[in-house]
Design a protein around this ligand. Structure first.
Ligand code: SMG
Ligand code: MG
Length: 370
């Protein structure tokens, strides 16, 4: 396969309601797409970075710049030696920028698999044709509002609820959701690093609610702190932001810091690295689940393929398109009996609907092979 040109496309996709985490509140999802044109066909990917470096150090302008100035020139230079598998080794010299690398690797993997008439799910070794869906519920202005949203999601059929928490929005919302919806509800929380080592007693209070897990309670660089917390509380500690590579996943597991892992392909540099993390976790008896970055259909499709691998034993943040969007960029993913179907078509298995995509597009830039 040979890379001929790449389109960087920015989209502004409105959210149905504001999504608030411990670090931001957004009601417009700003998206960066990477569209690769090769000699064997085209491929699409959604970059996991946010517009601002708030979830991780990456952000759209940074990803676009590193792609244009450093990553794409090396991939153009490979000529006919390009393959999706060659992307990570070729770009290894460039430190970090995993979301930018994941985006181009995924777009090329999509092109390569479409040409080979193979689905991403099949390529990754998926064993399921549908995956159980969880939903991530943002921080709300009031407990009443939270109850209304959770009740609505449960009525739609979601099989697991994840509550975003932060200091001041933790014990009470969790207590109320547990009390209202019962002990059988699969319930977990995500702090996005909002706590510190001084908050362990506060976090221990959540033990009484029999949570599936607590996700990334403290600073992503404090892996040892998570191991200490895991010793201190009953609730299993799950890492998200900290796990940026298979090497870190292996270390975090060995340290006792990652009792469960949220795998987000964008955060770790792509689907190939995600597969490595999956394999390491399975070999260590650590459960994994697929996280999300509010992906539109292009990104959601690829995440569903990953979530269909055998080690993904917990419901992911792989919710239906309608969780966030009135109109998705592809055929919408729908919830049926609490599950979402894994695409079976070649590559990521879905196509952008260009009339809709063009309506969301705010800019396009083409980078051509020199
Ligand atoms: O795709 O449903 C989704 C988003 C799930 O909560 C979610 N993601 O830390 O896991 C996480 C957050 C990051 C969101 S960045 C705005
Ligand atoms: Mg998280």
């Amino acid at each position: 396969m040979k890379l001929e040109s790449v389109e960087l496309r920015r989209l502004n996709v409105p959210l149905k309601s504001a999504f608030r985490t411990s670090f931001s509140s957004v009601n417009l999802h700003q998206v960066l797409w990477v569209h690769a044109i090769t000699d064997v066909g085209e491929g699409w990917a959604e970059c996991g970075a946010n517009e601002r470096p708030d979830y991780s150090s990456e952000f759209h302008d940074g990803a676009a710049t590193v792609l244009k100035e450093f990553l794409l020139p090396d991939l153009f230079a490979l000529g006919n030696d390009l393959s999706a598998e060659a992307v990570a080794p070729t770009l290894h010299w460039a430190k970090g920028h995993r979301m930018a690398k994941a985006a181009i690797e995924t777009a090329l993997l999509d092109a390569q698999l479409r040409a080979a008439d193979q689905s991403l799910a099949n390529y990754l070794g998926a064993t399921k044709d549908r995956v159980p869906a969880g939903v991530s519920v943002g921080i709300m202005d009031s407990l009443d509002e939270l109850m209304r949203f959770v009740e609505g999601y449960l009525a739609e059929g979601y099989l697991r609820i994840k509550l975003k928490i932060e200091p001041g929005w933790d014990y009470e919302p969790v207590r109320l959701v547990r009390k209202t919806f019962g002990d059988d509800l699969l319930l977990q929380v995500d702090a996005n690093t909002a706590y510190t080592r001084d908050d362990f007693d506060l976090l221990k209070r959540l033990d009484e609610f029999n949570l599936l897990l607590i996700e990334q309670p403290i600073n992503e660089e404090d892996v040892l702190g998570h191991a200490k917390l895991a010793d201190y509380i009953e609730t299993p500690v799950c890492l998200d932001e900290s796990i940026i590579s298979a090497d870190i996943a292996r270390d975090a597991i060995e340290l006792g810091a990652a009792e469960i892992i949220n795998i987000k392909p964008s955060r770790v540099g792509g689907y190939l690295e995600s597969k490595k993390i999956h394999d390491i976790a399975v070999a260590s008896d650590v459960a994994v689940w697929c996280g999300g970055m509010l992906e539109t259909g292009i990104g959601r499709a690829a995440n569903l393929a990953l979530a269909a691998m055998p080690g993904f034993t917990l419901p992911g943040d792989t919710s239906a398109s309608s969780r966030y969007f009135a109109v998705d960029t592809t055929e919408p993913f729908v919830l049926v009996d609490g599950h979402i179907s894994v695409p079976t078509g070649p590559g990521i298995g879905v196509d952008p609907i260009m009339e809709i995509v063009d309506g969301y597009t705010v800019s396009k830039e083409w980078i051509n092979k020199p």
